[in-house]
Design a protein around this ligand. Structure first.
Ligand SMILES: Nc1ncnc2c1ncn2[C@@H]1O[C@H](COP(=O)(O)OP(=O)(O)OP(=O)(O)O)[C@@H](O)[C@H]1O
Ligand SMILES: [Mg+2]
Length: 156
C-alpha cells in the first residue's frame, strides 16, 4: 500500500496521470471514497494521460461509459468508466456487458464505488481509497497493489 496526500484538485489530477503512465493494459482500478472525495478527478487525470480529449463525467445513470483511445503507440484502446453508486451488487454490470471489457489487455477499467460491486472484481485489481484530509482541499489517497503497476519500472 502506498499513501499520497494531495492538496488540490490539480494535484489529484496529476496523480491520476502519473498512475496511468504505468498502465500496461488490462488494469482494473477500484475507487472507494465518499461523495466528492475525488474519484472522478483521479480518473480524469488517467484519461488525460491516456490521450482522451472528451470530457469525463460520472456515468451515474448509465452505469458505464466507454472511451476509445486513438494512439497507435499504445496497446491500450479503451478506458471504461463505471459508477456503481446506485448498485448493491455487480449483477447489473454483468447484464450491461462489463465482462466484455473487464481485464482485457487493450482496456483499462476504472470503477467508482468499487466496494459495492466486490462480487465481480478479480483479486488482481488496484484499489484506490480516497479520504478527506484535515484541511479543506486535502485528500488522503491510499493505493494498494501498486507494485504490480510499477513493475515496469523495476524491470528496466
Ligand atoms: N485534493 C483534491 N483532490 C480532488 N478533488 C478535490 C481536491 N480538493 C478539492 N477537490 C474537489 O472535490 C471534488 C471532487 O469531486 P469528484 O467528482 O471527483 O468526487 P467523486 O469522488 O467522484 O464523487 P461522486 O461519488 O459524487 O462521484 C471536486 O469538486 C474537486 O474540485
Ligand atoms: Mg464521481
Amino acid at each position: 500500500m502506498q499513501k499520497f496526500i494531495t492538496k488540490s484538485e490539480k494535484q489529484t489530477l496529476a496523480l491520476g496521470e502519473k498512475l496511468a503512465h504505468y498502465f500496461q493494459g488490462g488494469e482494473i482500478i477500484g475507487l472507494i471514497g465518499e461523495l466528492g472525495a475525488g474519484k472522478t478527478v483521479l480518473i480524469k487525470g488517467m484519461a488525460k494521460q491516456l490521450n482522451i480529449n472528451k470530457t469525463i463525467t460520472s456515468p451515474t445513470f448509465v452505469l458505464m461509459k466507454v472511451y476509445s483511445i486513438n494512439n497507435k503507440q499504445s496497446i491500450i484502446e479503451n478506458l471504461v468508466h463505471v459508477d456503481a453508486y446506485r448498485l448493491n451488487s455487480g449483477q447489473d454490470l454483468i447484464e450491461i456487458g462489463l465482462e466484455d471489457w473487464l481485464g482485457k489487455s487493450n482496456t483499462i477499467t476504472a470503477i467508482e464505488w468499487a466496494d459495492r460491486v466486490k462480487d465481480i472484481l478479480p483479486k488482481s485489481k488496484i484499489i484506490v481509497k480516497i479520504k478527506f484530509g484535515k484541511k479543506q482541499n486535502e485528500r488522503e489517497i491510499k493505493i494498494s497493489n501498486l507494485k504490480s503497476l510499477w513493475k515496469k519500472d523495476t524491470n528496466q
